[in-house]
Design a protein around this ligand. Structure first.
Ligand code: ATP
Ligand code: MG
Length: 492
């Protein structure tokens, strides 16, 4: 890709960007939230039309008219936001739009099922292909996306943050697949904010900043601090700046919580000023616990005490009234209203707090929202920009701001830094420090073990819907947490 330029109304997303891919190599695209990574790959996948520039494939200048055309050219993409149809099965999603038919015109279900099964097995994952997508976890959905791209026999495979929802064992499976594809000569474009991954899987790296290409390097020639400097263009001193807050009084106590076969006898206490980390594998019950506490899913038995008083939380509304905020893992369907503006989304959960005598205080709203836009470096053309036009990481920052703004005193965060660049992560950790210093209690689910260890005061590890262990920040190591999450000794 040469001299690529792409403008949107009021934004130059890409300006004179070059990218050169080689057969059988993994090319990393690196840059802060809003730098233009997704825009660049969407041009290659036919989703966006470039304003100007050239695309040259195997030495020939090629125009890419639309996504289908890109697929025919052997370009496959796994988008940052999953694009599967929830009601359809894995097999149906994989072959969507080019189903095999029998001579009679009927669908050849058997053939599709067989090929889908084969593809998934080749990836080394076990997924029931008859299961509707909505019943699969995010990680499994991610694998179905990979299978779908592979079914096109892609020669260029683009992965936009494929691991943001995966835990370590699943990432290993994905990397094994990528290595296999490399051997077959596939060129891979790989986007991720998890820097340690880049060194594990990448061959070259192109750094984007503000829509410009800063440079292309061999991975072997650069190290992590160098890459961060190229990306953010400012010094980041401490990447995990934990400040110990004083432990306040008990704010939440859970006793013997059970729900169907997903939560078993969960008991713990959360104190003011504390960050309580929740670790565990995909499907271990972390998100289910958060949903039950926030009143989304009913519980079958157990008791909940908020500030010492026994409480029933029957709905999210009741939870918010009790001072609980919940940042969900699925920002696209649960966290944001895509058609509303940045300001409206940030103020959504604080309407009561920000209104006086039943009238919305629009000045107060503006002030609150612009504070977060500044603090978290949300890249937007303004408070009135609709969130659907923000980059993935910037959307995540808006959801986060929404819950920070509502001044809840119990915050439940499910993967708060997913898809967020290194620089902004530091700002978020600092905001967390400010909140806990003010007595807020935070329950944080995270799949990034270094993050959970650095930011939490205590860590609970879940396995099969139970609490399998508890560690203080001082004693926790990645190995100990992994052993506990897997239920085996010496897992490392
Ligand atoms: N459809 C659109 N309309 C208007 N602006 C857009 C649109 N898509 C992207 N942009 C803008 O283009 C810029 C680059 O966005 P892009 O999604 O490429 O960033 P990114 O590098 O993928 O970031 P992230 O790490 O957050 O995913 C951002 O400022 C974004 O707001
Ligand atoms: Mg993106």
């Amino acid at each position: 890709m040469r001299h690529i330029r792409k403008t949107f109304p009021g934004v130059v997303a890409l300006d004179n960007v070059d990218l050169e891919l080689q057969q059988g190599a993994v090319h990393i695209l690196l840059g802060e939230n809003g730098a233009g990574k997704s825009t660049l790959v969407k041009i290659l996948s036919g989703a966006y039309r470039m304003t100007s520039g050239q695309i040259i494939i195997n030495g020939r200048e090629t125009a890419i008219h639309n996504p289908r055309h890109a697929q025919q050219l052997g370009i496959g993409i796994i988008y940052q936001e999953l694009n599967l149809i929830p009601q359809l099965t894995a097999a149906e999603n994989i072959f969507l739009g080019r189903e095999s038919t029998l001579k009679s015109g009927l669908l050849n279900q058997q053939k599709m099922d067989l090929s889908a099964d084969l593809l998934l097995r080749e990836l080394g994952v076990e997924i029931d292909i008859h299961c509707p997508i909505s019943a699969l976890g995010v990680a499994q959905q991610q694998m179905v996306e990979v299978a779908k791209a592979l079914s096109w026999k892609a020669r260029i495979l683009i992965m936009d943050e494929p691991t943001s929802a995966l835990t370590r064992p699943e990432i290993k499976v994905l990397f094994k697949t990528i290595r296999r594809l490399k051997k077959k000569g596939v060129a891979v474009i790989y986007i991720s904010h998890r820097l340690e991954e880049l060194f594990e899987i990448g061959d070259q790296v192109t750094v984007l900043r503000d829509g410009h290409s800063i440079g292309c390097y061999n991975i072997a020639d650069v190290d992590q601090p160098q890459l961060i400097r190229l990306m953010v263009d400012r010094e980041l001193h401490d990447q995990l700046p934990k400040v110990q807050a004083e432990r306040g009084p008990e704010v939440l106590r859970v006793e013997g919580l059970c729900r169907r076969d997903v939560l078993h006898d969960i008991s713990f206490t959360l104190y003011g000023g504390e960050v309580l980390g929740i670790a565990g594998l995909m499907g271990s019950g972390r998100t289910e616990l958060a949903r039950a506490l926030f009143g989304i899913d009913p519980i079958d038995s157990g008791q909940l005490f908020i500030r010492g008083a026994q409480t029933n939380i029957g709905s999210p509304r009741a939870a918010i009234k009790q001072g609980i905020g919940f940042l969900t893992e699925d920002r696209k369907s649960e966290g944001l209203v895509m058609g509303l503006t940045v300001k409206e989304n940030i103020c959504l959960a604080s309407v009561e707090r920000l209104s006086r005598l039943g009238l919305v205080d629009s000045q107060g709203e503006r002030r609150a929202a612009s504070g977060y836009v500044q603090d978290l470096r949300i890249r937007t053309t303004g408070l009135e920009q609709r969130v659907m036009f923000l980059s993935g990481g910037n959307q995540q920052k808006v959801v986060l701001s929404k819950w920070l703004c509502c001044r809840a005193d119990i915050l439940i965060f499910d993967e708060p830094t997913r898809g967020i660049d290194v620089g902004s992560k530091v700002e978020i950790y600092q905001l967390l420090n400010r909140l806990t210093a003010g007595g807020t209690a935070v329950l944080m689910i995270s799949s990034e073990l270094p993050e959970i260890i650095a930011i939490s005061d205590r860590i609970l590890v879940m396995r099969h819907g139970r609490i399998a262990g508890e560690f203080t920040a001082a004693e926790a190591t990645q190995e100990l947490i992994m052993e506990c999450a897997l239920g085996v000794a010496n897992a490392a």
